[in-house]
Unconditional design. Structure first.
Ligand SMILES: Cc1cc2nc3c(=O)[nH]c(=O)nc-3n(C[C@H](O)[C@H](O)[C@H](O)COP(=O)(O)O)c2cc1C
Length: 429
């Protein structure tokens, strides 16, 4: 009954003159976050690939599907919980992996981990996190957590990441497939800003024993053209990335480890040659469930199941990779048919409300992932902001469920939605 409780809490606080810390409306949230962040940080988080067509498509996809509420069904007792990979969750929301959260707030992943754990929402630790997974896990108690992997060119590093994730109590490994190359991100390109080159978002690497060994034994060699020109800006960057490295600043400057870490990271973080043939390597090295993230085609989803994967995440990376890629809600029905209930389907990209989650569940998703909204809430109000955002999403979903005439997630089916409207008129099924 979280919906009514949350509403009541907000309105009661209003009587004493207090307003919510973070806007409940998605556009308002983004607007406030823009003001709270430096220009480069907001561009990195909000931006997408190319013209932003897929960011828009993600929203349009949800908007074209409409809910048809049913009446007189006694929705006084509701359960908005789901079952996912053997765990009971109070709501269908997960926190999708978002890297470089230090751009939003200095407590970064730690603040998010505490908020997620307090709200019982699983957090997927990013491979590009700003804080090592061990620190986040320690902040979470028994809170559910998964680890997201970018498959490095070094299989030793892959193995090390996965071993650490197991030791941290992660309950699943998410392999992100859609970012073996970085998309053409126009906002970041125009600002000539990539956080990793400033030592941000590489904490999983700099805290890793295999990565440190690689730096020591295979130092990256820069060609004469790759050496940064010794300008004041380059000096500032050197100071920044040395500060970001887990070593005393003076030692870091002297040892050159910080710069070597960035160079080594750039060289090995991703493997564009990744193919289906690589998956058994991972399957043989962990007993944890493996989910493939970035699936948009039914055939890829079916193959993932055939290859022994335990779930798929329908995602276009929030429109950050292929400009013009299909929206995830459009891709979902075909994927749900191909998967046919054999493994859970998580959907992210553009999910902003309880109604979006309802629509995704109606079309076959088991759960939904949230990306940018929690980075925005973090930027606005830190841990408390992320907590509020999660409470709002859970409340909104609970109310949407009941007001649509459903008492539980099991009662949400495709008949609860109209066919996607191409014109102004939508027809009930
Ligand atoms: C700033 C930012 C960083 C991200 N970093 C990662 C990452 O490290 N790993 C990953 O698999 N996905 C990453 N994503 C993609 C998210 O996991 C998710 O797919 C996407 O944000 C969902 O779309 P939404 O932002 O519209 O909710 C990132 C997204 C953003 C906005």
């Amino acid at each position: 009954m979280i919906g009514v409780l949350r509403q009541t809490a907000v309105y009661r606080a209003g009587v004493s003159g207090r307003r919510p810390r973070v806007p409940t409306d998605a556009a308002g949230l983004e607007g406030r976050a823009r003001k709270a962040m430096p220009r480069e940080a907001f561009a990195y988080i909000a931006g997408g690939a190319g013209t932003g067509a897929t960011i828009r498509a993600n929203r349009e996809g949800f908007d074209r599907r409409r809910i048809v509420p049913r009446m007189l069904r006694d929705v006084s007792g509701r359960d908005s919980g789901i079952e996912l990979l053997g765990r009971r969750l109070a709501s269908p929301f997960l926190l999708s992996p978002v890297g470089v959260l230090e751009m939003a707030h200095e407590e970064a992943d730690l603040a998010v981990a505490r908020a997620a754990s307090a709200e019982g929402v699983p957090m997927i630790f990013s491979n590009q996190a700003s804080k090592p997974m061990e620190a986040c896990a320690a902040a979470m108690g028994q809170g559910p957590r998964w680890f997201q992997l970018y498959w490095s060119t070094s299989n030793d590093l892959v193995e090390s990441f996965v071993g650490r994730a197991e030791a941290c109590g992660c309950e699943a490994i998410v392999v992100t497939l859609d970012t073996t190359l970085l998309g053409w991100r126009t906002q970041d390109l125009d600002l000539a800003y990539l956080p990793f080159l400033r030592g941000k978002g590489i904490a999983q690497y700099t805290s890793d024993p295999v990565f440190r060994r690689i730096i020591a034994t295979e130092p990256a060699q820069l060609g004469p053209d790759e050496q940064p020109k010794p300008t004041p800006a380059a000096l500032r960057t050197l100071v920044q990335l040395t500060r970001a490295y887990p070593e005393r600043f003076v030692n870091g400057l002297r040892s050159g480890h910080a710069r070597a870490a960035v160079q080594t990271f750039t060289r090995i973080y991703s493997r564009p040659s990744l193919s289906w043939e690589d998956l058994p390597f991972l399957r043989e090295r962990t007993k944890l469930p493996i989910l493939l993230k970035g699936i948009l085609h039914p055939d890829d989803a079916a193959r993932a199941v055939d290859e022994g994967m335990d779930g798929v995440i329908v995602s276009n990376h929030g429109g950050r990779q292929v400009d013009g890629a299909t929206s995830t809600i459009e891709a979902l029905p075909g994927i749900a048919r191909a998967v046919d209930g054999r493994v859970p389907i998580v959907l992210d990209s553009g999910v902003r409300s309880g109604a979006d989650a309802f629509k995704a569940l109606a079309l076959g998703a088991t759960a939904v992932g949230i990306g940018r909204p929690y980075a925005y809430a973090l930027a606005i109000a830190g841990e408390a902001g992320v907590r509020e955002l999660l409470q709002n999403l859970k409340a909104d979903f609970d109310l949407t469920l009941g007001l649509s005439g459903c008492r539980s997630v099991a009662e949400i089916g495709p008949e609860a939605l109209t066919e996607p409207a191409s014109g102004p008129f939508a027809t009930p099924r």
